[in-house]
Design a protein around this ligand. Structure first.
Ligand code: SF4
Length: 209
């Protein structure tokens, strides 16, 4: 028998999506270990290394247990960087089991698979995103760190279809980052850029995971 596909997993938990267009909706979060980048503002540094190797069947079983019998079951594959591992077998099993699958990615590693929702978060210093992610993104998130400028926002805006919103996501909801987000948003309006929105981390506001 061929070996079972497995993945390095940092954690799996039931939560509420706090960011983007799906904010406020329940989801099972599967945080994959490992990332190809090392952003200074990363709030999931613990996922860069380590993690537990689990067979895909065990990950699916846990997701099912957490989602129980919800009629509208969603998982959010996050990290780390989900595409640093071969998530294809897990995504196929999840979708076969009736889960909607959202993936949050930095967009730099090839290997996009058939999922229901792609959230792309381009990262400094290059803010580069592979073409396949530009085509399939449902939303874009830009963390409002010092590196984020109007020129970067304009460039990223131009790389995605006009109906894909670009969220300015304050870094860890810090007041100075929120102020910067508002200033940047005002400048995008003055520059006639469209589809740029302020983001929030609802889970932090509500004290949820
Ligand atoms: S891409 Fe995401 S997970 Fe990776 S280092 Fe940057 S913020 Fe952290």
């Amino acid at each position: 028998m061929p070996p079972q596909p497995s993945l390095k997993i940092a954690e799996i938990f039931d939560g509420i999506q706090g960011e983007g267009l799906r904010a406020g909706l329940p989801a099972v979060f599967i945080r994959l270990a490992g990332c190809n980048l090392s952003c200074p503002f990363c709030d999931t540094k613990t996922a860069w290394r380590g993690g537990r190797t689990l067979p895909v069947s065990a990950v699916l079983e846990k997701a099912e247990r957490l989602a129980k019998s919800r009629p509208d079951k969603w998982v959010c594959l996050t990290g780390g960087e989900p595409f640093a591992q071969d998530i294809g077998p897990l995504v196929r099993r999840l979708r076969g089991d009736g889960f909607g699958v959202q993936v949050e990615t930095n967009g730099t590693i090839p290997g996009l698979v058939d999922v229901d929702w792609v959230t792309v978060s381009p990262k400094p210093p290059r803010y580069e995103v592979r073409e396949q992610f530009r085509k399939h993104a449902r939303e874009v998130k830009l963390v409002v760190s010092r590196e984020l400028t109007l020129a970067v926002i304009a460039r990223v805006r131009g790389e995605f279809p006009p109906d894909v919103p670009v969220f300015l996501q304050p870094e860890s909801n810090l007041p100075e980052s929120r102020d910067r987000a508002v200033r940047l948003l005002r400048r995008t309006i003055a520059s006639n850029l469209t589809g740029i929105r302020l983001g929030v981390q609802l889970h932090r506001v509500y004290g949820l995971r």
